[in-house]
Design a protein around this ligand. Structure first.
Ligand SMILES: Cc1cc2nc3c(=O)[nH]c(=O)nc-3n(C[C@H](O)[C@H](O)[C@H](O)COP(=O)(O)O)c2cc1C
Length: 183
């Protein structure tokens, strides 16, 4: 189909399907002896240094309460072969079950925050709350990554990317196009 083909109107609640961001992640948290993990499909890098990440953690989620109270979390990166755990974590609530146990995820001690890291994940980014000024209005949290660990191989793991309504993309071919001025 030519690039200039006529465009169809899109219902506004479907815009998210086309502006899909980075990989699906698992956000782990704990507060006052309670721990939880949720799936997050939408997040955005806001600054490189300090490393700032913005995201919505809906107030209906049990995790919202834990991260708001503790002001910490760990953003863990699962790979595509972990899709069953992702679906399980994303369709249940920690208010009712211990999702670490239910979905075979091992909580391990983090280095800088109280929230546990998930051993089975490819990467673990420990976060402290940087700015909560938009939480009341939009459930939008801005996190600063204060410690990060990643598996050395594979360099570009196959990750899941969420398009909504149960549709996922799997990351594919990596291409390099170096050019002066690119960051
Ligand atoms: C693929 C996927 C992506 C999701 N992305 C988000 C998100 O970005 N923000 C959010 O608040 N909830 C998101 N959710 C929903 C939560 O992960 C889900 O409500 C979870 O069960 C909450 O668990 P909790 O009550 O234990 O915190 C997503 C769910 C799935 C399956």
């Amino acid at each position: 189909m030519p690039r200039t083909a006529r465009k169809q109107p899109l219902p506004l609640d479907q815009v998210r399907r086309y502006l899909e961001p980075g990989p699906v992640v698992l956000v782990s948290s704990c507060h006052a002896g309670e721990r939880d993990v949720m799936v997050m499909g939408w997040h955005t890098i806001m600054e490189f240094s300090p490393s700032l990440i913005g995201c919505v953690i809906a107030s209906g989620n049990h995790s919202h309460r834990l991260v708001r109270a503790s002001r910490e979390c760990v953003i863990n990166l699962p790979t595509s072969d972990q899709i069953e755990a992702v679906l399980g974590v994303g369709s249940t609530t920690g208010a009712e079950i211990d999702k670490f146990e239910a979905f075979g995820l091992t909580p391990e001690q983090s280095s800088c925050v109280g929230a546990p890291s998930i051993r089975e994940c490819h990467a673990q980014f420990e976060c402290r709350l940087h700015d909560d000024s938009m939480v009341g209005r939009y459930d939008f949290f801005i996190w600063e990554v204060v410690a990060a660990r990643v598996q050395a191989r594979p360099r570009h793991p196959e990750t899941l990317h969420y398009k909504g309504d149960g549709v996922f993309m799997v990351s594919g071919e990596v291409i390099r196009r170096r050019r002066q001025g690119l960051k």
